[in-house]
Design a protein around this ligand. Structure first.
Ligand SMILES: Cc1cc2nc3c(=O)[nH]c(=O)nc-3n(C[C@H](O)[C@H](O)[C@H](O)COP(=O)(O)O)c2cc1C
Length: 379
């Protein structure tokens, strides 16, 4: 099929993947209200068209946490992305490196910190709050030893959100392994590429706790059993003590929480509702972002994600106050559709779309994008 836009990647991914994997990425919590809001609120933001502003040279590069990056974009952490293409985290990290943007590896990835660190640059590592603090410490030490340049600490998953699609698709629920196997038989290209040649399907970073025979069932079980709802802001002191590099708190949706993050000395936050996968019904990231930027934009680096599907959305997030944007589903669809080439193409599309948006809003530098390029005041 012809791929000329990011949404084409989604359709290509839907055709290639067994249903349980497509629905796991595509779906969200409960009735998926927040998932839809993320996309619709962002797409609904009108840009202010300006003309004849001499924008012959557009510079898409910027700096994030002391590193020059080609675009104000990073590949956000996505669990088990190594199931979407063969050793998928490696392929995605290569494409990110070629575009000069950070790749953030999830705690619950297929490929391990050590494998991905060899190809990613800049390499960010995402850490979850895990009951076993000694294991958390160990993960921080591994990320440090592997050369991670930022730690993204995700705080919006004290419990896993209920995702109805997963129960229906065979990701969880009764007879899940059998249902997944039957779906895989119907998708021979994926089965050959990932099911057979992409082994092992173990969770690379969790081998010390899950063992070398772990698989998808352990993944869902582990998510449920190991997250820790008792964590408080003051507990972050010890993470600060273990990790002296840039610390980015991911999953902030409220200005009060953003102020807490600044108070504990975080270097950045990600305004995020986990892509609508946690508490359904909360605000979209686009709606939450301006007030958060007003509260802490001078104290730390505000990043955002949720519903970003193309370069226009990146520009919109920047106009709302973000200094950088994480991609989630967009890069996973591209990876599932065409592996490393797909992610590279997606990043090219995003760069082109950003260039058009900047040209026609009359700005030629990333740091010149602000609310003045919006057509309507923020409500
Ligand atoms: C399949 C999938 C798995 C994810 N796994 C993680 C994860 O392991 N850690 C994390 O912090 N966020 C995770 N996220 C959330 C993303 O990092 C990001 O916040 C979200 O996808 C942004 O929304 P978008 O996909 O609409 O762009 C996941 C998202 C998806 C779609």
């Amino acid at each position: 099929m012809i791929i000329s836009s990011a949404s084409d990647f989604r359709e290509a991914a839907r055709r290639r993947l067994p249903r349980f994997l497509f629905d796991y990425a595509d779906g969200g919590a409960y009735a998926e209200v927040t998932l839809r809001r993320n996309v619709a609120d962002l797409a609904g933001i009108a840009l202010r068209q300006r003309v004849l502003k001499d924008v012959a040279t557009i510079d898409l590069s910027t700096s994030l946490f002391g590193r020059q990056v080609g675009l104000p974009v990073a590949l956000g952490p996505v669990g088990i992305s190594g199931m979407y293409a063969r050793r998928g985290e490696i392929q995605a990290a290569r494409a990110a490196k070629a575009a000069g943007i950070p790749a953030c590896l999830s705690t619950v990835s297929i490929c391990s910190i050590e494998e991905v660190a060899q190809v990613a640059d800049p390499f960010w590592f995402q850490l979850y709050v895990i009951r076993d603090r000694a294991f958390m410490k160990d993960l921080i030490a591994r990320a440090k030893a592997a050369g991670a340049s930022a730690m993204v600490f995700t705080v919006d998953m004290p419990v896993p959100g209920a995702r109805y699609r997963d129960a229906h698709s065979g990701m969880s629920g009764p007879n899940a392994p059998l249902r997944r196997m039957l779906q895989a038989i119907g998708k021979p290209a994926w089965s050959w590429d990932v099911g057979l040649r992409g082994r092992p399907h173990t969770l690379g970073n969790l081998l010390p706790v899950l063992g070398k025979d772990s698989g998808l069932n352990d993944y869902m079980g582990w998510l449920g059993a190991n997250f820790d709802p008792s964590i408080q802001w003051k507990d972050l002191d010890w993470i600060r003590a273990e990790w002296d590099g840039p610390l980015i708190i991911k999953g902030i949706l409220d200005p009060e929480d953003a102020r807490e993050a600044a108070a504990i000395g975080a270097n950045g936050i990600v305004v995020s509702n986990h892509g609508g996968r946690q508490l359904d019904g909360v605000l979209s990231s686009a709606r939450a972002l301006p007030a958060i930027d007003d509260a802490v934009g001078d104290a730390l680096t505000v990043l955002a994600d949720g519903g970003v599907r193309n370069g226009l959305d990146v520009v919109r997030m920047l106009a709302l106050g973000a200094k950088g944007v994480l991609l989630g589903r967009a890069w996973v669809y591209a990876l599932a559709a065409q592996g490393e080439t797909g992610v590279a193409k997606l990043l090219e599309l995003i760069a082109k779309e950003m260039t058009v948006a900047m040209t026609l809003t009359g700005v030629n530098r990333i740091d010149a994008i602000d609310r003045s390029i919006l057509a309507e005041p923020i409500k």
